[in-house]
Each structure stands twice: as C-alpha cells, then as structure tokens.
Write a protein that binds this ligand. Structure first.
Ligand SMILES: [Fe+2]
Ligand SMILES: [Fe+2]
Length: 134
C-alpha cells in the first residue's frame, strides 16, 4: 500500500468548456483541502465535496439533456456512482473509519482525471460543436 498520494497532473482535469472547467477548479480545491495533512476536518471537507458533486453532476447532466447528448446514460451512471461513493465515505467517517477516508481522498484525483478525460472532455467537445461526443 503506497503512503504517498500521487501528484495530480492538474491539466488533465480541464476540458476547455468554461462552465465545466469552473466546476473542475472548485473540485480540485476541495480535494486539495481533503488531502492536506494539516487538515483534520474530514467531515467538513466530505460535506463540501458531497454538496459540490451534487451541483457539478446536475449541471453537466442538464447540458447533456438540453443538447440531446448521445452518451447521457453512461455519463450519468458514472456520476451516480461517484455521488454514492461520497455518501458512503461520509457514513464510514461517522463510523470512525478514518483510514478508508484517507485512502479514498488519495485516490480521488486519479479517478476524477480519468472521468474528465473519458466523459467530460467528449461532452465539452460536443457542447462546443466539435464532435459527435466521442
Ligand atoms: Fe465534471
Ligand atoms: Fe462528468
């Protein structure tokens, strides 16, 4: 089990569509706070992450529905799994499982970069009229 949180390659999470990139900036600061060893308040940061993700996924889903995006179902499924996982981590923290939360926090940016690359970037290209969504 690796102790060092992998350094995020931040450029990987930006997709070139401002309303989505603004959300991704916000996500990045919450995850940075969650991974700051000087910060012990996981409860507060997980709550911020949960609230953020509900807003973040709702906005992307609204764009997808408005523009009849062809990959809505698979993208929304990933969002739902993500939001469920944050809720699960909040329950685990309440149960005292700090290790699970630390592990989750360390993996979060890698997961998110993959989501941004595989799902948000094609959506951004579609919204800018650059592609059929893939
Ligand atoms: Fe996103
Ligand atoms: Fe997304």
């Amino acid at each position: 089990m690796s102790q060092a949180a992998p350094k995020t390659r931040h450029a990987d999470i930006f997709v070139g569509f401002k309303p989505i990139d603004d959300l991704h900036h916000e996500f990045e600061s919450i995850v940075e706070a969650l991974n700051d060893p000087a910060e012990a308040d996981y409860g507060e940061h997980l709550l911020a992450l949960h609230e953020h993700m509900l807003r973040h996924t709702a906005l992307e889903e609204q764009y997808m529905l408005q523009e009849n995006y062809p990959h809505y179902t698979v993208h929304k499924h990933e969002h739902d799994r993500f939001v469920e996982r944050v809720a699960d981590m909040r329950r685990r923290l309440d149960a005292g499982d700090i290790d699970a939360v630390r592990h989750y926090a360390a993996e979060l940016m890698g997961w998110f970069a993959a989501h941004a690359h595989n799902h948000d970037a094609p959506l951004a290209a579609f919204l800018k009229g650059e592609s059929g969504g893939r």
